[in-house]
Write a protein that binds this ligand. Structure first.
Ligand code: PEP
Length: 246
């Protein structure tokens, strides 16, 4: 029996306009309203433009069981960083979580472990909980480099970080948005490695990569899988709710 509360986070990426995002969360909160906070933690991560209105929508409930997360942040508190958003700004509008180092940002925006580390410190400084993403590419897996890649990403990204204050998401790059999920055994193997590297029994390690209502159960029964970071399937209230309810 795991005593870590499972966390299911939806990464909406660059999808949903403000009104669509509010519509989605309106639907979602009705479907998941009976889920208790000690059973599941539910997080939605809309685009920056929708965070404020989604926060207001969630705030209409006295004790909402859905938390808000952002998809990125800048490591500085303020300054001449055109187009960027700081931890302080996210915290003020009601974010609890922030995704850091997603593979799409690593691949498309040149994010590296050292920058991920700075962002983690910025988030923690302002009371946000980072969801730190790591994962190997297909080429790295095929060359049997998965363990080395994960070890390097973990040691550099979370250097000097109190791991009990963060969430880690293992997301094999080859499984993101491709429909190919890691087998539960493949995922558990890497989760166990991460747990041994971070030396924590309380930190939650999520799996991400084509998680759907029909594959979540077999992932969640694995010893070191504490939830999921869900992309595509989080864009529909019913399918996300099924994953949450698994
Ligand atoms: C993600 O964006 O983190 C992700 C896992 O996407 P998908 O579920 O669509 O593979």
């Amino acid at each position: 029996m795991k005593d870590r509360i499972p966390l299911i986070a939806g990464n909406w990426k660059m999808n949903k306009t403000n009104s669509e995002a509010v519509g989605l969360v309106k639907k979602l909160k009705v479907i998941v309203k009976n889920i208790k906070a000690n059973q599941r933690e539910i997080v939605v991560c809309p685009a920056f433009t929708a965070l404020s209105d989604v926060a207001k929508e969630l705030g209409k409930e006295k004790n909402t069981n859905i938390s808000l997360g952002a998809q990125n942040l800048h490591f500085e508190d303020s300054g001449a960083f055109t187009g960027e958003v700081s931890a302080q700004m996210l915290k003020e509008i009601g974010c609890k979580y922030v995704i850091i180092g997603h593979s799409e940002r690593r691949q498309l925006c040149g994010e590296i472990n050292a920058g991920v580390n700075k962002k983690i410190f910025a988030a923690l400084k302002h009371g946000l909980i980072p969801i730190v993403c790591v994962g190997e590419t297909l080429a790295e897996r095929e060359k049997n480099k998965t363990k080395d890649v994960i070890k390097k990403q973990i040691s550099e990204s979370i250097s000097n970080v109190n791991v009990d204050k963060i969430v880690i998401a293992y997301e094999p790059v080859w499984a993101i948005g491709t429909g190919k999920t890691a087998t539960p055994e493949q995922a558990q193997e890497v989760h166990a490695l991460i747990r041994s590297l971070i030396k924590s029994n309380s930190a939650r390690i999520l799996y991400g990569g084509s998680v759907k209502p029909d594959n979540i159960k077999e992932l969640m029964v694995q010893k070191d899988i504490d939830g999921a970071l869900v992309g595509g399937a989080s864009l529909d209230a019913e399918s996300f709710a099924k994953i949450v309810e698994c």
